[in-house]
Design a protein around this ligand. Structure first.
Ligand code: NAD
Length: 294
């Protein structure tokens, strides 16, 4: 049994912490929202009064917070209270710069750290089937693996500090762009009198195939488990897709990378969100694309 501090018990953090409890670990949790603490308590997490109290005597410290500024604030707040031998793992999706700053805070205090953002959403957090993309030293990765594999089914070491976040935003930039491409193809097919199923049958076995088509098809019918069959209930909310596309653009600008389709995808998801679709599954962008035609 390991004592694990878990800070940030929201939609993702609470089910992840619950899986660590189920695996027999002592989990000390903190969140700013009392309702989230109540749920954590019901799941067997020991609820602490603040973040500094949660990390005391913890061997591992996991954060699952909204953005880079929250992670840096929490790291600065807890670093003095944490045990020198503790391992920091940040699973939030944040900008690469902040991730590297968070590593530097831990490093300056002599502690090991890992950025370990996830894909798989709330369903994956509940089922313990997340994918973790990790950045940090090989030693930190080796220490973290046993805990991450309780919460996920795939744990990948992507390289040095910040590379987990880099992998996450690059992957999600592909996803945002490909979903728009698939949505446009179905919208065009409709105008040309080609059925959804016929386009799916051809493209899913041809050079147009991709995850956005074959696993997450944005029209109802061809893939019964996709959110299109369920009123575009997330799944992966459009607001989170926009967040990740913006992080990718920020990183591209900082690194001097040219990502014109990533920029266009961020712009389209921004318009889609502005029309009140932030809580809609990101594949619902096909409806927005249809609306832009003509
Ligand atoms: P959420 O808003 O439900 O949870 C974040 C929690 O952090 C909230 O409960 C909030 O009260 C807490 N918090 C903020 N500042 C705090 C502080 N100083 N101390 C303690 N707690 C604090 O968000 P979520 O959906 O759980 O997502 C968490 C992270 O995971 C985000 O970075 C998100 O981008 C990423 N992510 C989410 C999903 C998803 O499907 N929801 C999928 C992949 C990655």
């Amino acid at each position: 049994m390991t004592t694990i501090a878990f800070i940030g018990l929201g939609n993702m953090g609470n089910p992840m912490a619950a899986n660590l409890v189920k695996a027999g670990h002592q989990v000390q949790g903190f969140d700013l929202v009392p309702e989230n603490l109540r749920i954590a308590g019901e799941n067997g997490v020991t609820v602490m009064a603040n973040a500094a109290a949660a990390v005391r005597e913890a061997d591992v410290i996991i954060t699952m917070l909204p953005a880079g500024k929250h992670v840096l604030a929490v790291y600065n707040d807890i670093v003095a209270a944490a045990d020198r031998a503790a391992l920091f793992i940040d699973s939030s999706t944040i900008d690469v710069d902040s991730a590297r700053k968070a590593h530097a805070i831990a490093d300056a205090a002599g502690m090991q750290s890992l950025d370990a953002p996830v894909s798989g959403g709330v369903g994956g957090a509940e089922a313990g089937t997340l994918t973790f993309m990790c950045g940090g030293s090989a030693e930190a990765f080796k220490r973290a693996e046993a805990y991450l594999s309780v919460m996920g089914k795939k744990v990948v070491h992507c390289g040095d500090a910040g590379n987990g976040q880099a992998a996450k935003i690059c992957n999600n930039m592909i996803l945002g762009i490909s979903m728009i491409g698939v949505g446009e193809a179905f919208a065009l097919a409709e105008k040309l009198g080609l059925s959804h199923q016929a386009l799916f049958d051809v493209a899913s076995t041809s050079s147009g195939q991709c995850w956005s088509l074959t696993t997450y098809c944005p029209v109802p019918g061809p893939v019964p488990s996709s959110p299109a069959n369920n009123g575009y209930k997330p799944g992966f909310a459009a607001a989170l897709m926009l967040k990740d596309l913006r992080l990718a653009q920020e990183a591209a600008q900082g690194a001097g990378a040219s990502t014109p389709l990533g920029a266009e995808a961020a712009q389209l998801y921004s318009l889609f969100n502005a029309q009140g679709n932030g809580d809609t599954d990101f594949s619902g962008i096909i409806n927005f694309l249809r609306g832009r035609e003509g």
